[in-house]
Write a protein of this length. Structure first.
Length: 296
């Protein structure tokens, strides 16, 4: 996206602007107070132009700005100075990281053990993140051969009552995506031998998905359409495993992070993964753990 980024930097006159290490200021929050000013026609036009420009980057390659674009795109009809400046910050961030790429790769060991072309996912949600609607922000990211192949970041359609419920709703979206990706990979000749691994940082959501929690009864109010997550786990389509919050790839798509944390997680997204999955070799009736050669 380097050439395209150069064009939008020039279009908005930001060539000599300061570069930023993150697309959004850590702790960025929009409140009703920020929207008391009446937006002019020029502000509305500029905001729409900004979002369209950076939205293409977020959809095509730059998953690292998806969360910020999602937050700001909710205010196209009535922008304020704060959201316009936040949108310009994304372009400044893109200018400083114009050469970021996605690389798909598999090691000789992975190919030998036939654990290449395997889908791995991560999911997360930030409970009641939107200060005005109190809806949670959820998202997911999926990898094949150590490179991202799909991602989503957006405000959930319902108001959830707990972080566990918000995570479970996000997990539902991820399971839907995994089922689609598994079908696509099968059509391409790469049938998923084992159930797809999904990383999740909320233990309560995992227990409910696996029907192993004594408090499952307290989740009866969750819409029945989300219950198919437990069915997918039971039938072996997916398996959900816990990862500490500070190690979850998906955090980059659900919240504004400090520069150090953001850069560390982006590096993990772009680097080789340690796959917590098992594959059965064609010529041996054993299961072999597939992990990186560098042990990262």
């Amino acid at each position: 996206m380097g050439t395209y980024i150069d064009k939008i930097v020039k279009r908005f006159g930001l060539e000599d602007s300061r570069k930023f290490a993150t697309p959004m200021e850590p702790g960025f929050v929009l409140t009703e107070e920020d929207f008391k000013e009446e937006p002019s026609e020029s502000m509305i036009s500029e905001m729409r132009s900004l979002i369209v420009s950076i939205g293409y980057c977020a959809t095509a390659v730059r998953f690292d700005i998806s969360h910020t674009v999602s937050v700001l795109s909710r205010h196209l009809a009535r922008p304020c100075t704060k959201v316009i400046e936040a949108a310009k910050r994304i372009i400044k961030y893109l200018a400083g990281t114009r050469d970021s790429t996605i690389t798909w790769m598999s090691s000789a060991l992975e190919e030998e053990q036939r654990c290449d072309n395997v889908i791995i996912g991560a999911v997360d949600a930030s409970f009641a993140m939107d200060a005005m609607t109190r809806k949670s922000h959820g998202g997911f990211i999926n990898f094949v051969n150590n490179g991202t192949v799909s991602w989503k970041s957006g405000l959930q359609s319902i108001v959830t009552l707990s972080s566990c419920e918000a995570e479970y709703v996000a997990l539902c979206s991820e399971v839907c995506e995994v089922k689609y990706l598994s079908s696509l990979m099968r059509e391409l000749g790469h049938r998923q031998v084992e159930s797809t691994l999904i990383w999740e940082d909320n233990k309560a959501a995992i227990l409910i998905a696996e029907k192993e929690c004594s408090s499952v009864g307290r989740s009866k109010h969750i819409d029945v359409r989300y219950k198919f997550v437990a069915q997918a786990v039971t039938e072996g389509s997916v398996r959900v495993r816990y990862t500490p919050t500070d190690m979850n790839f998906e955090d980059v798509l659900t919240k504004a992070l400090p520069a150090v944390t953001f850069e560390r997680l982006i590096k993990k997204c772009l680097a080789s993964k340690r796959g917590e999955y098992y594959v059965k070799l064609a010529d041996e009736k054993v299961h072999v753990r597939c992990k990186d050669l560098d042990g990262d």
